[in-house]
Design a protein around this ligand. Structure first.
Ligand SMILES: NC(=O)c1ccc[n+]([C@@H]2O[C@H](COP(=O)([O-])OP(=O)(O)OC[C@H]3O[C@@H](n4cnc5c(N)ncnc54)[C@H](OP(=O)(O)O)[C@@H]3O)[C@@H](O)[C@H]2O)c1
Length: 242
């Protein structure tokens, strides 16, 4: 049996990834921060299709909660083989000033380090990010998203720095980056801040990936033997003149 922990799996891309992994026969931990009813619905969806899943609440910025989530995963499933670092944030109203950095960088590394301790050779960590973050610094970034982009790029860099140490233990790291994903809450929030953004990006790029398309790539990155260390989904042309 292969066991995967997917962070932020109560909705959106994390949910679609968790369901996709369960369909491929993995036991899945549905991590969420807050929305228990939504996480429980994802678990029910997986169990109804004959899969195994459990929902575990843990705010990734709280070290004790994260330790207890990893311990419970190993207690309930006996192992941990795959970690999908999908949860992300920083656009929330009233969040502390350093919340984006704490969640998108510090917490990602903390959880990856804890997970690697549990993984055996062949383990995999997948870091999910956006082109705005992955290419941060290479072109213009939406001002509303800039602190999130910078913190996610810092998280990616910190993980890449640790990747050789993970590799010594037989654990590989894959980064999956996507363009704006059609139909997500994040895209809608950005569109509200910058009216017309979604249609502008769709016109520039020619198309926008859907949640299912993007999640399918995350599933592939999680399961493939010897995948590319970086998978880019959607159009990567920098956006001119924002
Ligand atoms: N949306 C896009 O257009 C887009 C494009 C490219 C890449 N991506 C990447 O895809 C990933 C998922 O994006 P999304 O738009 O699907 O996200 P989302 O809809 O905002 O979902 C966020 C998920 O993360 C959880 N979460 C938030 N803060 C957390 C915390 N502190 N601790 C634990 N869990 C937390 C939420 O749990 P609760 O429900 O309990 O709050 C929820 O399950 C991100 O890494 C993002 O950068 C997104």
């Amino acid at each position: 049996m292969t066991v995967a922990l997917v962070t932020g799996a109560s909705r959106g891309i994390g949910e679609a990834t968790a369901v996709g992994l369960a369909r491929r026969g993995l036991d899945v931990v549905i991590n969420y921060r807050d929305k228990q009813a939504r996480a429980d619905r994802v678990v029910e969806r997986i169990r109804a299709a004959g899969g195994q899943a459990v929902a575990i609440r843990a705010d990734l910025t709280e070290p004790a909660a994260v330790e207890s989530m990893v311990a419970r995963t190993v207690r309930e499933f006996g192992r941990l083989d795959r970690l999908v670092l999908n949860a992300s944030g920083g656009l929330e109203r009233d969040a502390p000033a350093d919340y984006a950095t704490q969640l998108n960088c510090v917490a990602q590394v903390r959880l990856a380090d804890l997970a690697v301790e549990q993984m055996t050779s062949g383990g995999r960590i997948v870091f999910v990010t956006s082109h705005e973050a992955h290419f941060h610094g290479a072109g213009e970034t939406l001002s509303e998203y800039a602190p999130v982009a910078a913190s996610k790029r810092a998280g990616e860099d910190a993980l890449l720095e640790r990747a050789p140490g993970y590799a010594e233990r037989g654990v590989s790291l894959v980064v999956v980056s996507g363009d704006l994903i059609d139909g997500t809450i994040t895209a809608k929030l950005l569109d509200r801040a910058r009216p017309g953004l979604i249609e502008q990006r769709r016109a520039e790029a020619g198309y926008l990936p859907s949640v299912d398309t993007f999640a399918a790539e995350v599933v592939r990155a999680t399961l493939a033997a010897g995948p590319d260390p970086l998978i880019l989904v959607g159009e990567t042309r920098p956006v001119p003149d924002r």
